[in-house]
Design a protein around this ligand. Structure first.
Ligand SMILES: Nc1ncnc2c1ncn2[C@@H]1O[C@H](COP(=O)(O)OP(=O)(O)OP(=O)(O)O)[C@@H](O)[C@H]1O
Ligand SMILES: [Mg+2]
Length: 203
């Protein structure tokens, strides 16, 4: 599990125009465009880890990425953070192509932990995110966690990792644990589960 946090670069305060962003519009902080990753393993074999990933992240947004083991989630996060070179495609941060680690992007790698602590962490994480104004890209295996925390959930399917769909969670904030028993929460969680079930990949 890992989380990337991206500093508030003030795009929202931009008067607009300069970078083609309309005033008061919805500026993209990160653009992921046709990103592909092929690793060369030690015995020279090609491992296609990520295929044609494209989506944008708005400043201040909380994006959860969920997908089965080995589908390229960590690879995607590392590419966005400039820690792993991509094979194809582009990533840009506030309009500038990412070609190495940036001071504006921090990554926290977490060991999988027990549920009660995780719940506390999730409430804390939501609070920290809301207070900091940072943009977050969270990688997880947990569907409830992805839905509880995310503005949108990027659903990936197995290797070579593809984005199956991106779901707008649409549950108002701040969210308490109670939101997990709302019909909307159930609908979103079910939609994600069905993606995995239909592909024979249960989490
Ligand atoms: N350095 C590497 N060399 C070769 N293959 C790699 C390398 N790093 C990752 N891979 C392979 O690329 C694929 C995607 O790996 P990645 O770690 O991004 O998946 P993941 O979705 O984060 O998996 P998990 O949920 O288990 O953390 C896997 O098949 C993995 O074995
Ligand atoms: Mg991983």
């Amino acid at each position: 599990m890992a989380t990337a946090t991206i500093d508030n670069l003030g795009l929202r305060r931009s008067p607009g125009g300069g970078d083609g962003t309309p005033p008061g519009g919805d500026p993209r902080l990160i653009d992921i465009d046709g990103v592909e990753k092929v690793y060369i393993s030690r015995n020279g074999e090609q491992v296609r880890a990520l295929a044609d990933a494209s989506f944008s992240i708005r400043e201040g947004e909380f994006i959860s990425v969920v997908g089965p083991s080995g589908c390229g989630k960590t690879t995607l996060l590392r590419i966005v953070a400039g820690l792993t070179p991509r094979t194809r495609g582009d990533v840009s941060l506030a309009g500038t192509i990412v070609n190495g680690p940036s001071r504006d992007i921090g990554i926290v790698f977490q060991a999988p932990v027990l549920l009660p602590w995780r719940t506390t962490m999730n409430l804390d994480l939501q609070r920290i995110w809301a207070e900091s104004g940072k943009t977050v890209l969270l990688i997880t295996h947990s569907i409830p966690e992805a839905v509880f925390l995310g503005d949108r959930v990027v659903v990936m399917t197995s290797r070579p990792g593809r984005i199956d769909r991106i779901i707008d969670v649409g549950i108002p904030r701040p969210r308490s644990m109670d939101c997990m028993s709302t019909p909307r929460f159930g609908d979103v969680a079910r939609e994600i589960r069905q993606v995995f079930e239909s592909k024979g990949q249960l989490n």
